[in-house]
Design a binder for this molecule. Structure first.
Ligand code: AHM
Ligand code: MG
Length: 333
């Protein structure tokens, strides 16, 4: 484990990897890591202060918002707006996108940020890890004008960076700019992220499957077949079932230990996870770690988004396992 390289040093050293190298990305990451540290501090204190629980509001999907969701959302948005680093932000917790143009439309920044500020927040009051997921794109509309919806509805293949922060037994920031995936662990004593997981790759041998088994009866036949296959005796089967119910934690574990994450559609819905805030960034990271991310038929990152809060079925993990999922889905038709 390389323990003495900080995230700041790593970004500067690897700036040439970022094709639009102009210092903007480092400034953007400085803001993300600052906001992440503030949220991490708050999440770690969640059991100590009376901050856990709903605030009575519902987000766009009609789900109860937890206080910490709102807090994390505000911190990330404020940090980015105050530093005038991006020209637009959209969040799973907001109905619409935010244009960061300044009062005189003078903002000439090129990047927009999409985020799920605190994913898995229903886990907070039982002390289970949660995470922040983010994704960065270059705007497609003209610089200096207010951002438009089309800037945010770009396919995942246009991402220039994506990452997540996991608030777990330790706080980690994992990201990619399209040149592999690297993980940094926060030393809370001095507030610095250190490179702890360089060049993360899915292991060759993958034996974990992660799915909310309680929904089994509603899953498409192909997914039921895949789950039965996971449970059967075979060369390296039955596989191990692990499901935390916190996407960042489930994906993080599967990437390090080897496995597949499934959130299927059912007869009545198109899955739960949001294409822009959860699936695209996780798909970018998965692919960069040598894995594959699919909606069962097509590559997640090639889906043309139709709306900000669109949901898609999501299968992401080691290539062989995701191909097996696709194979069962194709066979069941
Ligand atoms: P959230 O964004 O409202 O927190 O919901 C997303 C979370 C993911 O972290 C997790 O993988 C999934 O919902 C779990 O859903 P379920 O409880 O239906 O299994
Ligand atoms: Mg979420």
């Amino acid at each position: 484990m390389e323990s003495n390289k900080t995230l700041g040093e790593f970004i500067i050293e690897n700036q040439q990897e970022f094709k639009y190298s102009s210092g903007e990305l480092s400034r953007l990451f400085n803001s993300i890591k600052l906001a992440a540290k503030v949220v991490s501090h708050k999440v770690n204190k969640a059991g100590l202060v009376d901050i856990v629980g709903g605030v009575g509001g519902k987000n766009i999907q009609g789900e109860d918002q937890q206080k910490l969701d709102v807090y994390a959302n505000d911190i990330f948005i404020e940090t980015l707006i105050n530093r005038q680093i991006v020209c637009g932000i959209t969040s799973e917790e907001n109905d619409d996108f935010i244009s960061v143009q300044g009062s005189d439309n003078s903002n000439t920044n090129k990047y927009i940020l999409l985020m799920d500020p605190l994913d898995g927040s229903s886990n907070i009051d039982v002390n289970v890890s949660v995470g922040t997921i983010f994704s960065v794109y270059r705007r497609i509309s003209e610089i200096g004008t207010p951002v438009v919806l089309e800037d945010f509805l770009q396919p995942g293949i246009n991402q220039v960076a994506a990452g997540y922060v996991i608030y777990g037994t330790s706080t980690m920031l994992v990201y990619t700019t399209g040149h592999g995936v690297n993980g940094f662990t926060l030393n809370p004593a001095i507030g610095t992220f250190y490179l702890s997981h360089p060049k993360i790759k899915f292991p060759e041998k993958s034996t974990i499957y992660s799915v909310n088994d309680g929904n089994y009866t509603h899953f498409p036949e192909g997914i039921k077949d895949f789950i039965r296959y996971c449970r059967q005796e075979g060369e390296d089967r039955p596989y191990t079932s692990r499901y935390i119910g916190s996407l960042v934690s489930d994906m993080h574990r599967n990437m390090l230990k080897g496995g597949v994450y499934l959130y299927p559609n059912t007869r009545s819905n198109n899955g739960k996870l949001r294409l822009l805030y959860e699936c695209n960034p996780m798909a970018f990271i998965t692919e960069q770690a040598g894995g594959k991310a699919s909606d069962g038929k097509s590559r997640i990152m090639e889906i043309e988004p139709q709306s900000l809060h669109q949901r898609v079925p999501f299968y992401s993990g080691s290539i062989k396992m995701v191909e097996k999922v696709e194979e069962f889905i194709a066979k069941s038709k």
